[in-house]
Design a protein around this ligand. Sequence first.
Ligand SMILES: *Cc1c(COP(=O)(O)O)cnc(C)c1O
Length: 429
Amino acid sequence: MNTKLSEALFEQANRYIPGGVNSPVRAFRSVGMNPLFIDHGKGSHIFDVDGNEYIDFISSWGPLILGHANPTIQTAIQAEVEKGTSYGACNALEVEMAKAICSFFPSTEKVRMVNSGTEATMSAIRLARGYTGRSRIIKFDGCYHGHADSFLINAGSGLATYGASGSAGVTEHTAHDTLVAVYNDINSVRNLLDLYPQEIAAVIIEPIMGNMGLILPKNGFLQELRELTRERGVLLIFDEVISGFRAAKGGAQELYGVCPDLTCLGKIIGGGLPVGAFGGRAEIMDLLSPLGPVYQAGTLSGNPLAMAAGLAMLKQLAEEGFYDKLEEIGAEFERLVREAIAPYKNLLSFNRCGSLCTLFFKSGGVKMNEDAKLSDTGLYARYFRMMIERGIYLPPSQFECMFLGVAHNTEDLQRTSKAMREVLDILFT
Ligand SMILES: *Cc1c(COP(=O)(O)O)cnc(C)c1O
């Protein structure tokens, strides 16, 4: 594999960009490689600057559920860009987008657009604090909600305590306001609510956990969380930045039949452009400025190019049978993967939900964050490097999902599982 041009670009990048990247996972550090610079994409494939071709299982970390360079989305962006790029004023497309989101997600009566998932979660907790008049929030160990201060908190020692800052630059004060519970353990949430009565504004969760690799909610967990938060007057925030428009048309809340108070969206709704959104009951959302006292704003929010791309995306997702097709592709891939890993199945765990999946280098299943942490990341790194040599572009970390989309065809999936089998044979014998 010739990576001369990527190597040269990375050297330049390192001179002018910290670590050479604009988002840390791209640096490929946890798989012991230098990053590849991507030139273009088409359908399920991407091409680097050296001309190498890969089957892409990152899909820009989720947004490209229709594959790269989707013609309908490209046409929509082109039509809009002819007219201009941004006005800092109202435009018709943002109204259409708000209507579309509210129809996909019945729990959202009103929605506000932002520019990233981080902005969506950050704004949602400010709103929850404004609504409840309380300061603290509960998050779950292993769930990722973007890079705002309040979320960069690790579980402290002992579950009864507040969290510890997971990043330099986050104040102790902020860490004190974020409590950390255990995903799939309702008692860990109940304990925190008992310990800090009347102090907790919101519980925020990835209903389907996609940032420790894929971990699914156990039977009844989300329902219990809904009942418990309602009982205590605490808002339940679903961060569906990954699961929204992916787990089902209406996200994890539709799949599991649980209705949150607020929902955060991102990734897919931008159709590949930078977008986020948060929405919920009108009674809560109407506390936002200019109607209410909770301030929230954005110079480029509701940007017409991003709205055009997002709407072109949602229109295709709303087509009859889209999610059945996506599930078929996911199921076909699971069958092929299970075949490929059969000889080593006692050494590996495979989780899938629709078009999301993770192969963990860990025996005995991954049901909790603690299980995922036991994965052999060194082995994953070797697996990653051998797969990329074979033209398969996987997440450069054990703790990220593979993202399938409708552009992945049977040939892609068969080539991938064949490479997997080859690589596992080398790794395990
Ligand atoms: C990616 C992600 C975010 C952050 O979105 P950005 O657009 O990267 O700021 C938030 N929550 C979840 C669940 C995510 O996967």
